[in-house]
Design a protein. Structure first.
Lengths: 253, 319
């Protein structure tokens, strides 16, 4: 009865002669955590960029909440409820933590052709930003300059920016990359808390994180999806073993 | 700690003192019988308006335009060309200046803003030079030699600009209005978007801002404010030539902004003041005064991050 939240069908994108994504198809339902795993260079980040709109597909289609968004610009997809975090932290380093999050909320609070009133007087933005910071455990440092925060705090800040817009779908590109064990545990707890009302597409290298929270896993190798299934199925899959999980890592770790 | 939502400039007393000095200056100049200095101050304030408008795009949105003086030219020709046809209506001229500058910014911005960095600089330069040579080639309006404007803008006799002191106070009023406008804009919702786009445009789009239209709007506002400066300049000098649009003039505006501090509210005005004072004082001593300006620029660039305008603000904007 319910159409999937996200429906990707035979999505392809070439760079020169190299197929970074080749006929990728996958589905993601509301409330589901769908993890994409695969060795370096498998096309995971390309896939995220295609979904977010930073790259355009050569062929194939993306449907999001029943609407075709294949050729939509980045901001229009974001407006429709698609939020992302970046593999390499992408924040506003000159702004405070609170302002970083307030900026994300402002993007979803109508147009910003408002030239006169100070933005600091907008209580909705300020309160929403405080709530989102609290949600990721950064409540204590709203005034801190984002550029001066630690790597782990940056990952959390990006998460807060994504959450503050109350997206329907989160595209998370290695949210746990570079985090210490405790920070990783905290991140997993946050992701667990989010799953019930959103869809999450998770690209992650840390298999502990993936198997801890993923409902479904798709394995990519050289731009192709070679398997999709539950964590158990993927663990048992012979192709996956060969290509990725063990048995001679040939494409670099 | 730097903060991008700026507190009101910290050193109010310096600002009040500066405004007070500017308010009382005409009386003092009349008393001393040195009308030359009234002209110096007017030129200074007009360029301060132009530099502040450039700061809006250069300092707050990270767009380095090397063609900004074209808007001074447009504003000044909006006085000169109607005057050539004996049309001195001030409101008409002002509307032409703002409208012409805004339209030029809109059309060129649609193209320039699709580029970044050095390409943006080159395209703004190219458009400005196109205007420059267009006006050089129009013989009707004096070509290279320019136009003499025999009478200043007329406001139905309500405010007589032929009186230099009146013009002075109009210029001062426009400067204060510009500073207030820039202050409100950069701290508004809109300001947050353009400063965010300067900081990380990719991120801005990812959170859902169509940044292009905001940056374009900012570009147009900046052009219009500079058009206002041009309108004042045309009235002030009583003469307009393509030379006002030359790219070296744009370079001088950039120098003022860098000198005073890009991204600070009063920086460009201070930069303009320093520039004009150096020009006035040093030019009497040596024709090579640009050498000293260059040295000062190097010092500010090397050691004074945030520029001289930092003196006026406790919490600085973007460096």
């Amino acid at each position: 009865m319910n159409a999937p939240l996200l429906e990707v069908s035979t999505l392809s994108r070439n760079f020169g002669g190299i197929a970074a994504a080749s006929e990728v198809s996958l589905e993601l339902a509301r409330g589901e955590v769908h993890a994409i795993i695969g060795p370096n260079g498998a096309g995971k980040t390309t896939l995220v960029s295609l979904l977010a709109g930073e790259l355009r597909a050569d062929s194939g289609a993306i449907r999001f909440r029943g609407e075709t968004i294949t050729n939509m610009p980045v901001h229009a997809r974001a407006q429709r409820g698609l939020a992302r975090t970046f593999q390499i932290t992408s924040i506003f380093p000159e702004f405070s933590a609170l302002e970083n999050v307030a900026m994300a909320i402002q993007a979803h609070a109508g147009h910003s052709f408002r030239f006169w009133r100070p933005v600091t007087q907008n209580a909705i933005l300020q309160q929403g930003a405080r709530n989102a910071l609290e949600q990721v455990g950064l409540a204590g440092i709203p005034e801190r300059n984002a550029g001066e925060m630690s790597h782990g705090e940056h990952r959390l800040l990006e998460m807060a920016m994504a959450l503050a817009t109350q997206p329907a779908l989160l595209l998370l590109d290695e949210p746990a990359a570079g985090l210490g064990p405790e920070e990783t545990t905290a991140m997993v707890a946050i992701l667990r808390g989010l799953r019930q009302d959103k869809g999450i597409l998770l690209v992650e290298h840390d298999m502990d994180v993936v198997f801890a929270i993923a409902d479904r896993i798709t394995v990519m190798v050289s731009g192709r999806t070679i398997a999709t299934g539950s964590p158990e199925e993927i663990r048992e899959d012979e192709n996956v073993r060969k290509a990725y999980l063990g048995d001679g890592v040939d494409e670099g770790a | 700690m730097r903060q991008l939502v700026q507190k009101p400039p910290g050193r109010y007393w310096l600002v009040f003192a500066a405004v007070l000095v500017l308010l009382l200056a005409p009386a003092a100049i009349a008393y001393l019988d040195q009308p030359f200095y009234l002209d110096v101050l007017m030129r200074l304030m007009i360029l301060a308006i132009a530099a502040s408008s450039l700061n809006l795009i250069l300092g707050y949105s990270g767009m380095i335009s090397l063609g900004h003086s074209v808007y001074i030219g447009i504003g000044a020709y909006a006085v000169g060309i109607p005057a050539y046809y004996d049309q001195y209506n001030g409101l008409l001229q002002l509307a032409l200046a703002l409208g012409g500058a805004g339209l030029f910014a809109l059309v060129t911005g649609l193209i320039c803003l699709r580029t970044r960095g050095a390409y943006f600089i080159m395209i703004t330069l190219a458009f400005a030079q196109m205007m420059y040579f267009t006006f050089v080639s129009i013989e009707e309006y004096g070509g290279d030699d320019g136009l003499v404007i025999y009478a200043r803008s007329d406001f139905a006799g309500l405010y007589d600009l032929e009186n230099n002191v009146r013009l002075y106070y109009l210029v001062l009023g426009c400067l204060l209005l510009t500073l207030l406008l820039v202050h409100r804009i950069v701290n508004s919702h809109f300001g947050m978007v353009i400063r965010g786009a300067k900081s990380n445009d990719r991120r801005m789009q990812a959170v859902g801002f169509p940044t292009f239209r905001y940056r374009l709007t900012c570009y147009v506002i900046s052009g219009m404010i500079c058009g206002l400066a041009g309108w004042l300049m045309g009235n002030f000098t009583g003469f307009i030539s393509p030379e006002m649009m030359d790219w070296t003039r744009s370079g001088e505006l950039i120098a003022m902004v860098i000198l005073g501090g890009p991204g600070s509210l009063f920086g460009p005005a201070i930069g303009a003041a320093v520039f004009i004072l150096m020009e006035t004082v040093l030019a009497e001593v040596t024709i090579y005064w640009h050498l000293y300006l260059g040295l000062l620029l190097i010092l500010v660039a090397k050691f004074g991050r945030g520029g001289l305008g930092g003196l006026f603000q406790r919490n600085r904007g973007t460096p």
